[in-house]
Design a protein around this ligand. Structure first.
Ligand code: PLP
Length: 393
């Protein structure tokens, strides 16, 4: 039954999508309660603990009484530090007034789309892509325009595809590099070429850069660093992925001046503020020692090599080398069952929880998404279980 058929529910709920990772997690937990052993490769979160000094800073802030409502835009201390961080890592001019803080990077996706889109507007977004993009676009009443990221192009988009999709109705273009779910990343040249094209358009740009510190090949470059782009680009980052702080819920963005007040209004209407003690922990994260995030990134790179080599040995499976984030996106079109069915059966029969590529859009329908943010031992067990399952098909 769809939401519109359920008495008492809004018809508009039918336009709201979801993130399959959380439903697969729920099913995996149910199987665990039945006594099954499951390897979790479904959720995109570092398996490391938050660095100790960050937790200590939060605990000290709570003890010091930073437990009240704070300014909706964010604590001045955190906005200052985040502005500096975004300016130096992206090579852009960011004033603290332009930095907003949210309960994770996620609300920025929803609220930026709601702040700029009317029904009839078009939003270009990556396919495959983080499912919240399409969900929020549909919710706003705007038209989602999928920009294909193809495997033969190492999951970068083709500039001609972007150009063909830009129209006078394009209100927003969403970019994400390094990329969920493929692990692909734009090269600095590809970023520069996209920027040159976008600077000619009237569109806002939302550059989702939450994986910028998890790039294993080449240099990270933000689209905002190119001429004419800073004024139109929301540069989005967060603490979740870089500092293993997914559960803390803290994201931040450099926001073009005309979007600052509208976004603050969405935050006033929803969350009011990010807890002050979390933002003070964020200050410790961004200004403290960076050896743990660096070690984490190095470890992910090692696991990436291990997982991709293992996947490429499996019958019917081929996997391009991801360049960033902690995802592999193997193609399973040569396996005798469809990717959706394969993902379901790997969980139910082999105890490996992962996601079907179709959870991220049409273009990834022949793929699986594997989060390799898990121990080497678990990754090896998952690969063995997958090998046994596939060989028995
Ligand atoms: N953007 C992308 C591409 C993601 O993969 C995620 C989380 O998986 C987010 C944004 C949201 O991150 P946060 O935990 O900061 O809300």
């Amino acid at each position: 039954m769809s939401a519109s058929d359920t008495p008492g529910l809004a018809a508009s709920l039918n336009r709201l999508g979801t993130e399959t990772a959380f439903s697969v997690l729920a099913r995996a937990k149910e199987l665990e309660r039945q006594g099954r052993h499951i390897i979790h490769l479904e959720l995109g979160e570092p398996d490391f603990d938050t660095p100790r000094h960050i937790g200590d800073a939060a605990a000290a802030a709570i003890r010091a009484g930073h437990t009240h409502y704070g300014p909706t835009a964010g604590l001045p201390e955190f906005r200052q530090v985040a502005a500096q961080h975004l300016a130096t890592t992206r090579g852009i001019d960011v004033s603290p007034d332009q930095v907003l803080v949210g309960t994770g990077a996620k609300p920025f996706l929803f609220f930026t789309i709601l702040a700029v889109c009317d029904p009839g507007d078009e939003v270009i977004y990556p396919d495959p892509g983080f499912p919240i993009y399409e969900s929020a676009i549909r919710w706003s009443g705007a038209t989602p325009v999928a920009l294909p990221l193809r495997e033969e192009h190492d999951f970068a988009f083709d500039l001609a595809d972007l150009e063909a999709r830009l129209s006078p109705r394009t209100k927003l273009v969403i970019l994400n590099s390094p990329h969920n779910p493929t692990g692909g990343a734009l090269t600095p040249q590809e970023t520069a070429d996209a920027a040159a094209l976008l600077a000619e358009s009237e569109a806002w740009v939302l550059s989702d850069e939450v994986y910028s510190r998890l790039l294993y090949e080449g240099e990270f470059a933000s689209v905002a660093s190119h001429p004419g782009m800073e004024e139109r680009t929301v540069v989005l980052d967060g603490l979740s992925k870089t500092y293993a702080m997914t559960g803390w819920r803290c994201g931040y963005a450099a926001v073009p001046e005309p979007l600052v007040d509208p976004l603050v209004r969405f935050f006033v209407n929803s969350t009011s503020c990010v807890p002050a003690f979390i933002q003070l922990a964020g200050v410790a994260a961004l200004t403290g020692p960076q050896d743990e995030p660096a070690a984490m990134s190095k470890e992910f790179r090692r696991r990436r090599d291990l997982v991709v080599a293992g996947l490429n040995e499996l019958p019917g499976v081929s996997c391009v080398m991801p360049r960033g984030a902690f995802y592999a996106f193997p193609n399973v079109s040569a396996v005798p069952i469809a990717a959706d069915e394969l993902a379901r059966r790997l969980l139910e029969e082999a105890g490996v929880a992962l996601l079907a590529g179709s959870a991220f859009g049409k273009v990834g329908a022949d793929n699986l998404r594997i989060s390799y943010a898990n121990s080497e031992e678990n990754l090896n067990t998952a690969l063995e279980r997958m090998a046994d399952f596939l060989e028995a098909l």
